[in-house]
Design a protein around this ligand. Structure first.
Ligand SMILES: [Zn+2]
Ligand SMILES: [Zn+2]
Length: 301
């Protein structure tokens, strides 16, 4: 799971996958469509091939021509990208560009994705799901300690999905967002559950409060008791978190079983998320969802 979150927490990875889902296959195509350098593109494409999301296929020998094709694993991230798009579009003001609207081909309408339960088809919000640890889950294994620590400081602000990338752009942040959804709310709890240095906990809490994802709540009776609660904007991130966790469980499953077990309280079945169309109510499929803005679809950005 840590590996999966690390992969999807990279803005270039997400943008390359987005272009691939819209049909880009050639190296030159990615280079043309994204403001990316050769070295970064090469390195991110290699990672995506190593992780099994893209397949590098040589289709002509003289001269050599190759393409990058999405595998099933790569193609299946479409719902995560759609949920990221919806959250950024709803909650984040983008300075440079406005994210396009999305159109659902079967009903022909602009829509928003709605998180729903695969078992009963009802719309699901964060308070409708109960989560507990599965056989391979624990704080120790989910915290950043168990992952490669590539960076612990802040980096330059991402441009395209700025706040999503700040939430998932490094492993400490994604662990903390996950912990907040699991009910962790005090400074000392974040520190001990995730084995995080206090300075990092303080830094990330400050960032999430500044973003409006968490808010501080003062305990009524106890002077020094401060809790960090998810705001409405924070709770609205639930589909992204849920779809990422489900994707990670599916494609990077531990032999012991799942790390987390989710139950939909209403139907009492295991909660497996799906997305439905806000307009027609049908379940969304990857191929049925397209940006309405032609400029975005053609990759000019
Ligand atoms: Zn259900
Ligand atoms: Zn529809």
């Amino acid at each position: 799971m840590a590996r999966a979150l690390g992969l999807l927490g990279n803005e270039w990875t997400v943008l390359i996958l987005q272009r691939a889902l819209l049909g880009t296959t050639r190296y030159s195509g990615f280079l043309h469509e994204l403001p990316i350098s050769n070295s970064v593109l090469t390195s991110r494409l290699n990672t995506l091939v190593d992780e099994g999301l893209l397949e590098h296929r040589i289709y002509q020998r003289n001269p050599i021509r190759a393409e990058y094709r999405l595998t099933d694993r790569g193609r299946s991230v479409w719902s995560i990208l759609l949920a990221i798009w919806d959250w950024e579009r709803t909650w984040v003001s983008h300075q440079d560009e406005t994210l396009p609207t999305m159109s659902h081909t079967p009903c022909g309408c602009d829509f928003r994705p709605v998180l729903a339960c695969t078992a009963c088809d009802k719309a699901v919000a964060v308070q409708d799901v109960s989560t507990s640890w599965g056989p391979s889950g624990s704080w120790a294994r989910s915290s950043a300690d168990a992952m490669t620590r590539r960076r612990s400081g802040r980096r330059a602000k991402p441009v395209f999905f700025p706040e999503t990338m700040e939430a998932f752009g490094d492993r400490w942040s994604s662990s903390m967002i996950g912990a907040a959804f699991l009910g962790i709310c005090r400074f000392s709890e974040f520190q001990s559950a995730l084995s995080m240095p206090p300075s990092l906990v303080a830094d990330r809490l400050q960032l999430f409060v500044a973003q409006g994802v968490l808010t501080t709540v003062q305990h009524g009776q106890r002077a020094n008791w401060v809790e960090y609660h998810l705001t409405e904007k924070g709770r609205a991130f639930f589909p992204v978190v849920m779809l990422m966790l489900t994707w990670a469980e599916k494609w990077y499953r531990s032999e012991e079983g799942p790390a987390l077990i989710h139950v939909h309280d209403d139907c009492q079945k295991e909660f497996v998320p799906t997305l439905t169309c806000s307009h027609c109510g049908r379940r969304l499929k990857g191929g049925d969802v397209l940006p309405s803005t032609a400029q975005f679809a053609s990759g000019a950005s």
